[in-house]
Write a protein that binds this ligand. Sequence first.
Ligand code: E4P
Length: 215
Amino acid sequence: MKIFLDTANIDQIREVNDWGILAGVTTNPSLCAREKRSMRECLAEIAGIVAGPVSAEALSMSAVEMVAEARELAAIALNINVKIPMCVEGLKAVSRLAAEGIKTNVTLIFSTNQALMAAAAGATFVSPFVGRLDDIGNDGMAIVEDIVDVYDTYGIESQVIAASLRHPMHVTQAARAGAHIGTVPYDVLVQMVKHPLTEAGIKRFSEDYEKIKHL
Ligand code: E4P
């Protein structure tokens, strides 16, 4: 499973990019608002740092406006794909954008049927939101498993981005479910690096080496 970073924070993106694990970035208006700067300027900077796909969200309500907005977002950089919300106008926009070769990430997916329709319209990526389903007492990861299963059955090429991941176990479960990509908040990635036995092991090896390094 590829790892995307779910943030619009430039420092976090630069840091994780340096780790050598970063395959892409997803943003949304809430994440961009936290940075208190122009979304366009922020996206251009992110797309310049990361070699892989960067998702930028379209906020228009009609298909015609979404397509126009998506063309503008896609023109910022070659690696930008456009997040389109799952709705009838969104499906129309996705099919028009697919015909133009503009990549899309259909967002706010909460059911397998929505993922089937997004793929049929030509979505490059679909983003089922795991944590938000868990928040309302549903099993968010079950949707990821089901979408992957159905896509495999029919040889559907849209890639599944497990989104709204809130803790390290979500990431493991998304990988087990066969998600192509997991988009992960920075704090969760930091937690994923760590293990108490790794830290204890590094400490002990370092202390033991101190005893013999003069020999
Ligand atoms: C990513 O594409 C989504 O916008 C993000 O993962 C949503 O996460 P949240 O439900 O924690 O806001």
